[in-house]
Design a protein around this ligand. Sequence first.
Ligand code: 1PR
Length: 550
Amino acid sequence: MPTAHLLDYVAGNVRSLVNAIEKVGYTVEWVKSPADVPAAEKLIIPGVGHFGHCLSQLEKAGYTDPIRQHIKAGKPFMGICVGLQALFEGSEEDPQVEGLGLIPSRLHKFRDSDKSVPHIGWNSANTSRAGVVTDESLYGLRPSSKYYYVHSYAAPYKQGELEKDGWTVATARYGDEEFVGAVARDNVFATQFHPEKSGAAGLRVIKAFLDGNRVQKLAQIPSAAASREGLTRRVIACLDVRTNDQGDLVVTKGDQYDVREKDGVSSGGQVRNLGKPVEMAKKYYEQGADEVTFLNITSFRNSPVADTPMLEILRRTSETVFVPLTIGGGIRDTVDIDGTEIPALDIATMYFKSGADKVSIGSDAVIAAEEYYARGSQLNGKTAIETISAAYGNQAVVISVDPRRVYVSSPEATAHHTIKTKTPGPGGEQYCWYQCTIKGGREGRDFDVRQLITAVEAMGAGEILLNSIDKDGTNSGFDLELIDDVKAAIKIPVIASSGAGNPAHFDEVFAKTSTDAALGAGMFHRGEYTVKQVKEHLQETGQMVRQYEE
Ligand code: 1PR
């Protein structure tokens, strides 16, 4: 098999990239030291996290010059995400750190006045621009395809500026900001998006680069409607995973977090078994899910840290599922059953190395946020959120929130942040606050969601997975009031979760709130609707979605 050389110089999830390279027919050889670079023919440099961290790691390890030589020698070079950013002169993220300077321009942070930052999700990489439609596909990019992006900094696009230096540019649009999605000149190609996480569309790009297939003719130029730019509506399939009474890891699903079968009178029967995690993840990928989330829902119980079955699930899933994978449950500083202390960062690293792109933190985030306020809103640099986001970037840290409504007769009846609700409480109460819970809803805290989300945003979380115990498994639609209230308080993206019972509920949450993504579980697991049907419905109602590509 032909070879691709991969440079892994910072902590990151390169497993998916390796899987993607192998999937398109190449084997990976690692560049382990600068001395290996001259032997590389096709060199790929991924990159996640901070611009400054990546660039200084490259410099410190002595890679900068060999990379320049590789490019100068005319050998194929591909940069991914921060690997693209490295080609620029510098970034607002770390102004004192210099990039390789191949592209005479700098990266800027997205404006967050009108949109969530980071920019997470599926967007275009289009070489056609208003008035200039091309039938040439650059490294397999198609105007109608969508690619997975996750970043806060981008190179603003000004028509003609890079082109005058010989670059071909594919662009994407986020809000009213147009930015560089991919760029190519001679032997150099770089993408801001993650092709290894962009389904078949991304695999096509990796293959085209490795095959040296720079320009291809498009069979037909897609219509303007099909090549509409902008972030698509993100639909996520979530798999709650736990060991059943026979000791097998199964996908389960609760009703208001109770996952045991009801015997007609009360719950307490067997753990509901809805299928096998790896197979179900693949099924949802093939239905067009934009992301797959695994929540290990009993991780708070004592179990060995190297939760081998869960790691194995990720490894196997990442071989066939080329969209982002999130894993939650048990991400916290832990004392293993043999007494060894294991920091949350090490646990997260195990998951990233096994194929996860993001980790989701539940209970530990609540405790850390409470302590943050107890310290007078001071960071201490030691929490799971801070250590993982410092190493892997904010985008890799999702906070899973498990709130429950507490009804009150008036805002004065509690010190917590309340909302006026259209669905009054059992005693006709017109107000409620959202109480944070830990341990899968088993323990309520004297702490509200508003406190939690503002603290975790300050601590470096990149996204909120917003569940609702009241709505979970009810099929009655999302808690729109909760979503509105959370969106109003933070800038990081929010994933609406709990309550989806049919495709119209997805349309409703996107149409009526500014949520960044929506997640479903039970309706997919029970086979009532497919992810494809949800997307078709969204498209019918005028929402922009990513089409699954074979
Ligand atoms: O606290 O960091 O160890 O993480 C534990 C994780 O497990 C948390 O993310 C918590 O949400 C989750 N969890 C714990 N217990 C349960 C349970 O159900 N008994 N599941 C649980 C939470 C909620 C959603 C669900 C949506 C959509 N699952 O993820 O998928 O509510 O469901 P629906 O569409 O069927 O309504 P830690």
